[in-house]
Design a protein around this ligand. Structure first.
Ligand code: CP
Length: 359
């Protein structure tokens, strides 16, 4: 069974197939109008969303299919204590495919382990957001004509920004990528992405806290919101919340063909005066999200029973009852799941579900 839990669950070829199909859908929407007739998508959103949930809904409707689910788990039997695993088993009786968002990291992985239908991770805590990544890849392709060789600056909250983590992983599949990490010390990219992705996969990267200095180098500027909901300490959030603001003056420092992406929602990190700049691609990016999710739904259902499209076989998990994941936002600390870990090539032990370092 093919699920999409992490961007690396898709091979480069599978990713390309989805991006090509999305572009064909854009070119001829009529051709795909009834492709998913009588099929059902369940959207299980345990955490708020506008773009991801509604674009999945719109995508399935545009394919002629139907949508069921919840946008607030408080109105479901989750409020009575039903586990993710039981909920997935139940919803799998009603739907052909499930898109889920959860604040607990690793929840979609646990869901996929028990599911009879494909699971799509629509965002798990600060961990991963692979359908945003497909949206971003399609947007870069459409804005710049390709992905290989770009210099991309990620700016803002690189610590909690799951869209950043997922996109950097996916970019490791392309050649000649340069990554510029622009963040204050408190919001730097987690070590596991730098070590396990950038260093291992040969992505060149540099870190800075000076946006103006690096802006002229960038082909893509990927702005992010500082994610208040992920901070355990409000004072720390107040110190960093306005670290970077993109305005017209800063845009004058950038290349004439740079594309500004943002997964949205924005708060005040991009002033509205930038919106009419032709390089501001973030609202076009939103629409791309619908087309790429249409393509993803079609492909996951096409690949469902194909042995050629199974999940990648990585290393077997390390089972050690003496180890403990201390990430309170990991599913393993909320539901009874087997304690599993993995050892990185650098000898670091990480939680199987959330990738946190285990001491
Ligand atoms: N980009 C994104 O995930 O937006 P939502 O939180 O509104 O779904």
């Amino acid at each position: 069974m093919k699920h999409l839990i992490d961007p690396m669950d898709l091979s480069r070829e599978e990713t390309d197939e989805i991006l090509v199909l999305a572009q064909d859908i854009i070119a001829d929407r009529e051709k795909y109008r009834d492709l998913m007739a009588h099929r059902k998508l369940a959207t299980l959103f345990y955490e708020p969303s506008t773009r991801t949930r509604l674009s999945f809904t719109s995508a399935m409707m545009e394919l002629g299919g139907n949508v069921l689910g919840f946008s607030d788990a408080k109105n479901s039997s989750v409020s009575k204590g039903e586990t993710v695993r039981d909920t997935i088993r139940v919803v799998g009786c009603f739907a052909d495919i499930i898109a889920m968002r959860h604040s607990l990291e690793g929840s979609p992985l646990v869901a996929a382990e028990v599911s009879e239908v494909p699971i799509i991770n629509a965002g798990d805590g600060s961990h991963s957001h692979p359908t945003q990544t497909l949206t971003d890849l399609l947007t870069i392709t459409r804005e710049l004509g390709g992905i290989d060789g770009i210099t991309i600056g990620f700016c803002g909250d690189l610590r909690f920004g799951r869209t950043v983590h997922s996109l950097i992983k996916a970019l490791s599949r392309y050649s000649g990528i340069n990554v510029v990490l622009i963040a204050p010390d408190e919001l730097r990219l987690p070590d596991y992405i730098k070590q396990d992705v950038c260093d291992k996969m040969g992505i060149r990267y540099k870190e800075t806290s000076e946006l103006d200095e690096v802006l002229p180098e960038l082909d893509v500027l990927y702005m992010t919101r500082v994610q208040k909901e992920r901070f355990l300490d409000e004072d720390e959030f107040d110190r960093v919340k306005d670290s970077f603001v993109l305005d017209a003056r800063r845009m004058s420092l950038a290349k004439s063909r740079m594309a500004v992406l943002h997964p949205l929602p924005r708060v005040n990190e991009i002033l509205t005066e930038v919106d009419d700049d032709p390089r501001a691609a973030y609202f076009r990016q939103v629409e791309n999200g619908k087309f790429v999710r249409m393509a993803l739904i079609c492909k996951l259902l096409e690949w469902k029973d194909s042995p050629e499209h199974s999940m990648p076989q990585g290393e077997a998990p390390l089972l050690d009852s003496a180890l403990h994941c201390s990430n309170l936002k990991c599913i393993c600390n909320s539901e009874k799941v087997p304690p599993r870990f993995r050892r990185t090539p650098g000898g670091v032990t990480r939680c199987w579900y959330c990738d946190s370092k285990v001491k």
